[in-house]
Ligand binder design. Structure first.
Ligand SMILES: *[C@@H]1O[C@H](CO)[C@@H](O)[C@H](O)[C@H]1NC(C)=O
Ligand SMILES: *[C@@H]1O[C@H](CO)[C@@H](O)[C@H](O)[C@H]1NC(C)=O
Ligand SMILES: *[C@@H]1O[C@H](CO)[C@@H](O)[C@H](O)[C@H]1NC(C)=O
Ligand SMILES: *[C@@H]1O[C@H](CO)[C@@H](O)[C@H](O)[C@H]1NC(C)=O
Ligand SMILES: *[C@@H]1O[C@H](CO)[C@@H](O)[C@H](O)[C@H]1NC(C)=O
Ligand SMILES: *[C@@H]1O[C@H](CO)[C@@H](O)[C@H](O)[C@H]1NC(C)=O
Ligand SMILES: *[C@@H]1O[C@H](CO)[C@@H](O)[C@H](O)[C@H]1NC(C)=O
Ligand SMILES: *[C@@H]1O[C@H](CO)[C@@H](O)[C@H](O)[C@H]1NC(C)=O
Ligand SMILES: *[C@@H]1O[C@H](CO)[C@@H](O)[C@H](O)[C@H]1NC(C)=O
Ligand SMILES: [Cu+2]
Length: 579
């Protein structure tokens, strides 16, 4: 086990006990970030984690609560923590995106993130937002209604169970990030994990201790709070002999949707009810299987993990017969992208609900973002074939080297960032986003947006082979996902398919493989908000842009000054541009 002796100073304030009182509470945690050796797959691997745990601690709170997380960095890396999906109204400083909103917390330093969670209910998560460290520095963030679980818009479950899907990397994550930034994209995790466990399909495993075990009682219902914290794969999740009723996605309620398979891309979360109604003597595998693009995309070994669902009250049996067979679900094919397309297409928001707003009608900014990868190689394709630069509209994003964008923006000297460039609103004229490896270039691309503007973005994935779906994640606000489709977006006919009545509301939109998706949001939150693909592969490489949202006319639409102890960038040089 962990060689470290960290005092896990964790206390959750009155919030949890006080369910039903409706008073806002302060929820406080201490996150000690350090490197520990964890044993998986017959191997001790040095990993960076919070409080010695993989995945890290779950934060639980009620809507309206305030959160204070004291991050103490005992690791050798610069650290930031991003509160994925939390809206951070007028609190961009706490968003935790390295070099976008803050400098990393240096080794042996500490910083306290303070934020309120308002107007959101469901499952979100937190993760490191620097380099590729989020692979092991992450955990769930659970928001219950202010008056407790009794005001869920669905039958109160008997129990709630976080299911954090992750990936186990045996390589140094700093090295991984360096490779990705330099356009080398062929590193792979050793295994997928469910709540940190790779399951029994791998060598050096094969016993119950390698499986995540969910114990259920017959007839009871369970709310699975599912997070995909993996770096590189969308996953299909199934439990043999059981169905799910999806009730929320990205901490927004959806109309109950019954399915036997869940598709979840990196950055997405799903809340799903599971009723334990199968034969209680049986045992059932819970499987997560990576959904991978078809040939001619490079074919990787299958990334899969499984856990077990078992019934604790098994009539006529004292204990489960560990040799009895466990029922295996029939999984979608690894190249099946239709199941994901339909799963995403079938989600609609739960209307009416007090937390849901109507879709804004008048669009002020029409953006068309072509997602692709170009060739960053300065001397032509043949000399450095692996220099892929993921990009939006022919600009591959690079972080500013010394001053975080938000700091520069706040002080009115954005122009001091020499790599800054305004991202064009559409792809270049001749850009047909069908063929990879056209030349591209790097810049700190930003798009300025005025306060209270309605923004519509059409995201277009490449339509020819050897590409990926792209889960695009927006910080600081949720997006209405109006439509998705295959092939090239065609305004003439596709506008007619927009769902302006009950579209799902998400912080991450999966732009389908060979297809497009359209989102809308209103800029009500001044600051600098990162928009990026949540495949680490693509985000480290540059499929990203920063939205600079101006202040509004009033004090309550103006970004307050930064916290006094916001980390400074002194000596931060781990990010060396390769050009
Ligand atoms: C956090 O840093 C401050 C300033 O360096 C220091 O005074 C304080 O003791 C530190 N707290 C912890 C818990 O390390
Ligand atoms: C253990 O991990 C190291 C990298 O940390 C790797 O080189 C080695 O092959 C692994 N050993 C096994 C048995 O998987
Ligand atoms: C990373 O992305 C590139 C470009 O889309 C793709 O060619 C490559 O196969 C991906 N690698 C991994 C490990 O996902
Ligand atoms: C397990 O080990 C065997 C024998 O060493 C090897 O052939 C096989 O590929 C390994 N399987 C996995 C999933 O690593
Ligand atoms: C919903 O899913 C079904 C199959 O599961 C599919 O036929 C249908 O097209 C989907 N609806 C949308 C809007 O994607
Ligand atoms: C930006 O402005 C701030 C405040 O005026 C100043 O401290 C800082 O040096 C400036 N940075 C650059 C790069 O000009
Ligand atoms: C896309 O561009 C490539 C090269 O730039 C060209 O060969 C191809 O014909 C174009 N495809 C379409 C559909 O325009
Ligand atoms: C994309 O950017 C590169 C580098 O600036 C440039 O050479 C190329 O012409 C651009 N592509 C298009 C289609 O405009
Ligand atoms: C935001 O814009 C809408 C119209 O798009 C307007 O009705 C509303 O009053 C504006 N709100 C603020 C705070 O400016
Ligand atoms: Cu992507």
């Amino acid at each position: 086990m962990a060689s470290m002796a960290v005092v896990v100073a964790l206390f959750v304030a009155a919030a949890l006990a006080a369910a039903g009182h409706g008073d806002a509470a302060l929820v406080e945690h201490t996150f000690v970030v350090s490197q520990v050796k964890l044993n998986r797959l017959c191997n001790d691997t040095l990993v960076t984690v919070v409080n010695g745990q993989f995945p890290g601690p779950t934060i639980e709170l009620n809507e309206g609560d305030s959160v204070a997380v004291h991050v103490i960095n005992k690791s050798p890396h610069g650290i930031t923590i991003h509160w994925h999906g939390v809206k951070m109204q007028l609190n961009c400083w706490a968003d935790g995106a390295a070099m976008i909103t803050q400098c990393p917390i240096q080794p042996n330093k500490n910083f306290t993130y303070r934020f309120d969670v308002v107007g959101q209910e469901g499952t979100l998560w937190w993760h490191a937002h620097v380099g590729s460290l989020r692979a092991s520095v992450h955990g769930a963030l659970i928001i219950r209604p202010r008056s407790g679980a009794s005001s869920y818009p669905f039958d109160k479950p008997d129990k709630e169970i976080p299911i954090v899907i992750g990936e186990w990397w045996e390589m140094d994550l700093g090295h991984l990030e360096k490779n990705l930034r330099n356009g080398y994209m062929f590193d792979l995790p050793r295994a997928a994990t469910i709540n940190g466990k790779p399951g029994d399909l791998y060598n050096c495993s094969g016993t119950v201790k390698d499986n995540n075990v969910v114990n259920v009682e017959h007839g009871k219902s369970y709310l699975l709070r599912i997070v995909n914290a993996g770096l590189e794969s969308e996953y299909y999740l199934k439990i043999a002999g059981h169905k799910f009723t999806v009730v929320a996605a990205d901490a927004n309620y959806v109309k109950p949707y019954t399915t036997d398979v869940i598709a979840i891309a990196p950055g997405e979360t799903i809340d799903a009810l599971l009723v334990a109604d199968a034969h209680p003597a049986g045992r059932y595998y819970m499987v997560v299987k990576a959904n991978q693009p078809p040939k001619p995309a490079i074919q990787f070994p299958l990334i899969i993990s499984r856990g077990v669902v078992q019934y604790s009250e098994c009539p006529g049996k004292e204990e489960h017969d560990t040799t009895s067979s466990i029922m295996v679900p029939e999984m979608p094919d690894r190249h099946d992208s239709d199941t994901s397309f339909y799963f995403h297409g079938n989600l609609t928001s739960l209307q009416p609900h007090p937390l849901l707003r109507p879709v804004p009608a008048n669009v002020h900014e029409h953006l068309f973002y072509a997602l692709d990868s170009g060739n960053l190689c300065p001397h032509g394709e043949s000399s450095c074939i692996n220099h892929l630069g993921p990009m939006i509209n022919n600009v591959s994003f690079r972080l500013p080297a010394t001053t975080p964008l938000l700091q520069a923006h706040y002080h009115g000297n954005m122009s001091s960032i020499s790599t800054l460039r305004e991202l064009p609103d559409r792809a270049p004229r001749m850009f047909n986003f069908t063929k990879m490896r056209k030349p591209t270039s790097r810049a700190t691309s930003v798009r300025r947006l005025r306060y209270n503007a309605t923004v519509e973005i059409v995201f277009q994935s490449p339509v020819l082979a050897d590409t990926y779906a792209n889960p695009m994640h927006l910080h600081g606000q949720d997006m209405f996902v109006l439509a998705q489709g295959l092939g090239r977006y065609d305004a003439e006919k596709d506008v007619a398919t927009y769902n302006l009545v009950d579209p799902p509301v998400r912080n991450t939109v999966l732009v389908p493989l060979f297809g497009w998706a359209v989102v809308r949001f209103v800029t009500k939150n001044p600051g600098v908000w990162f928009l990026h693909c949540h495949f680490e592969n693509h985000s480290s490489g540059g499929m990203a842009v920063a939205f600079v949202v101006e202040n509004g006319p009033t004090l309550d639409s103006t970004l307050p000054p930064p916290p006094e102890d916001l980390p400074s960038c002194y000596n931060y040089n781990s990010r060396v541009a390769y050009e």
